[in-house]
Design a protein around this ligand. Sequence first.
Ligand code: UD1
Ligand code: CA
Length: 469
Amino acid sequence: MALNVVIMAAGKGTRMHSATPKVLHRLAGRPLLQHVLDRVAPLAARFGEVHAVVVTGHGAERVEALVGEHARCVRQEPQRGTGHAVQMTVPALDDAADTTLILNGDVPLIGTDTAAALAAACGGQRLALLTVTLDDPTGYGRIVRAGTAHAGDPVQAIVEHKDASTEQRAIREVYTGMMAAPTAALKRWVMALTDDNAQREYYLTDIVAMAVAEGVPVVASPAADETEVLGVNSPAQLADLERRLQRRLAGQLMDAGLRLADPARFDLRGTLAHGRDCEIDVNCVLEGEVRLGEGVRIGANCVIRHAHIADGAVIHPFTHIEGAGPGTQAVQVGAGALVGPFARLRPGAVLGDEVHIGNFVEVKNATLARGAKANHLAYLGDASVGERVNYGAGSITANYDGANKHRTVIEADVHVGSNCVLVAPVTLGAGATIGGGSTIAKDAPAGQLTVARAKQVSLPGWQRPRKKG
Ligand code: UD1
Ligand code: CA
């Protein structure tokens, strides 16, 4: 068994007013088309094999780069309507797959179950249309039924809004743009389409009347909910869909025990795994792969990307965490660590248990062992920091000589005073104390006080200059 899946993605998306092809605009951090591909992939488990064909046109190179190995791409140039789009796929459709499912690259939340049900309703024999009843059907193709247009009456045709009569425009049952058709008949039907209509386009929807004329049963398969069939044509629709999806994601996370201060002010643009008793305050944006242990608290207005935050850690408000990628590339925050407010953890930041990173502290490519603290206004880049180190306010690692990066090693129990410059490569031995205001360009021995600053002098009898005459 196998299933053909056509994903139409050649349209321009005029109303987006964007240089980016419409299907590459992002929803919850991922391109619209990526959502569709991700929802199609699991169909293989039910239909054996999925032969997916993406129709590209506007911005074809960029769209094809996204599709990569996930599907075949066929070009449609110029774009002369949805029927024309499917014509382009005819040579690519596998005849051994008796059903062809047609989806839209700009309808990202189509449920895998709904798509499977639509394909099953076709079963290689019937033309199955995914429909929905809308309060405002303006712009959509209307489902025209025989008789008095009761839900049970047989479907006769789809009439596009622009071609519909006043009576037909009153019909609220609409075509969602998705259907499943017997493959052989579909090929024949789309090749027979004409552009004799208001938009001078080849309407895929005209195949409904062809099926009816041939006595092929046409069935309307209702969508599970409105959200899964909503398309994106404008920035406003994209934002609306984003909110709907975020509310759904927030609901799923709360069902699993996550405490969100306000599900309407939460944005997940990746994946979030969490243990028990985690709390996230308002206006946080989570991107990439974020993992929280148990009892993690995240304050308001944090942006967190690719991070693993262990049990009991607290991320105070306005903190920005930015890991380089998932897995081992993620920023690590140890159990019981305190970070922020206004802290910045950049790629390669690895904080051990009970580490404290305070306000206006930046950590990049640096490892801090258990109990190390940098509480105020500091920079730690390309550094290894030992256990219980105390790193003073205003101190920085000067890790970059203009050409290369160098490491700073701060061994356990070192105390770095305020406003120090550690000129890397440099090592501060265990238990060393660095006097405030020192510029340290040579290794500091363990257990000693090292001071590198001009000696303080006082001039007896010195007088302030006075204004002349
Ligand atoms: C289409 C349906 C309409 C339905 C509506 C649902 C037709 C003729 N009409 O209308 O009945 O209610 O969807 O949203 O099918 N595309 C191409 N090549 C083209 C034209 C479109 O690939 O030449 C793609 C678009 O990128 C988009 C999809 O097909 O993903 C639908 O195109 P769109 O122009 O939005 O269809 P509508 O005219 O809105
Ligand atoms: Ca259109």
